[in-house]
Design a protein around this ligand. Structure first.
Ligand code: SIN
Length: 332
């Protein structure tokens, strides 16, 4: 674990590497596909990247993985390293290099647990570092522009010149360089020629108030299990009934929460809804989130199940994981 402390009047940006395509490499020179994510060290990624005036970069490799394989232990390690760097007066902000596949989850997780007002800017790439059209270097420059911008605060994702709030961002495209959207909220800013053009104001809507009990996340093995079940045409109850059975059988890793990825305005197939009510009765916490890419749920007065009105299913799962974690903490 790094315990570097700084001296002098210059300000630092800590750049934390976690892997992803931005750190990907291919044996086939210049190729965009068929590469391995998470191979190039973050110290190499920043080589030759211009640093905004008055700032110095400090790199740390926190993880090196393909973000489809992101896990709770890595989130825990990343949270601790973010807290370490954010606590240093000389550090103005953080940049985190990450895979695009789950960057919306990691950014929302950090948004939910970090307390510092300093900017935490996640960035990524759709082409590996060895591609002849690598987009990582520009994304990294743009992320540094945001991390060093006056007044920037909170957790954001920077990709293809757009700055997205952690609350809104989603991966919306599997291939194109501009792979992210923020639904009807839109990006909070653009980065153009190294300058941040703000469309709304900092702090962005939905940023949590600092909360003293956000620290001390348990290690991965103490998290509760929360699953996402998709509502779709022809849905069956077997999945949820199986989860209920595991719980009733006292399975050590039985599910504690279920997020129902609902159609439209919180609609859940009636077979799944009945199963979800049985799950609730068995002590499983159920939360409904819409699978629509835009908008938010406007709960009907007769909704039978609680709704995460403005979260995607994957973010609702994180909210539920943290809610259940908080429950455990306060019950001790
Ligand atoms: C990953 O998410 O780590 C791989 C895909 C990407 O970064 O685009």
């Amino acid at each position: 674990m790094t315990t570097t402390s700084f001296s002098g009047a210059r300000r630092y940006i800590a750049v934390l590497g976690t892997g992803g395509t931005i750190a990907g490499s291919s044996a086939q020179a210049g190729a965009n596909l068929g590469y391995t994510a998470g191979t190039v060290p973050v110290s190499t990624l920043v080589d030759g990247i211009e640093v905004p005036d008055g700032f110095i970069l400090h790199t740390e490799q926190v993880a090196q993985l393909d973000s489809k394989d992101m896990d709770l232990d890595t989130w825990h390690a990343l949270q601790l390293r973010c807290e370490h760097w954010l606590a240093q007066d000389e550090v103005a902000g953080l940049v985190i290099t990450h895979g695009t596949d789950t960057i919306e989850e990691t950014s929302f997780f950090l948004h939910s647990v970090l307390q510092s007002p300093k900017p935490v800017v996640l960035t990524c790439a759709m082409r590996p570092a060895t591609s002849s059209n690598a987009d990582g270097p520009q994304n990294l420059r743009d992320a540094l522009a945001v991390a060093t911008a006056a007044d920037a605060t909170g957790v954001v994702v920077v990709c293809a010149g757009e700055v997205h709030c952690a609350t809104d961002v989603r991966k919306v495209h599997p291939y194109r360089l501009n792979a992210f959207g923020s639904g009807d909220a839109g990006p909070i800013a653009y980065v153009e020629e190294g300058k941040v053009r703000l469309l709304r104001s900092w702090p962005y809507e939905g940023m949590p108030e600092p909360k003293s009990d956000r620290k001390s996340l348990p290690a991965g093995d103490r998290w509760h299990r929360v699953e996402i079940v998709l509502s779709h045409a022809g849905a069956r109850s077997d999945l949820i009934d199986g989860l209920i059975r595991e719980r009733q059988d006292g399975h050590p890793e039985a599910v504690a929460g279920i997020v129902l990825a609902a159609t439209g305005n919180g609609g859940v197939h009636h077979v799944l809804e009945q199963a979800a009510l049985r799950a609730q009765a068995a002590g499983i916490v159920v939360l409904v989130a819409t699978r629509c890419a835009e908008g938010r749920i406007i709960p009907a007065p007769d909704s039978l199940l609680p709704m995460a009105v403005d979260l995607s299913p994957v973010k609702a799962r994180i909210a539920l994981l943290l809610q259940l974690r908080d429950k455990v903490k306060t019950s001790h």
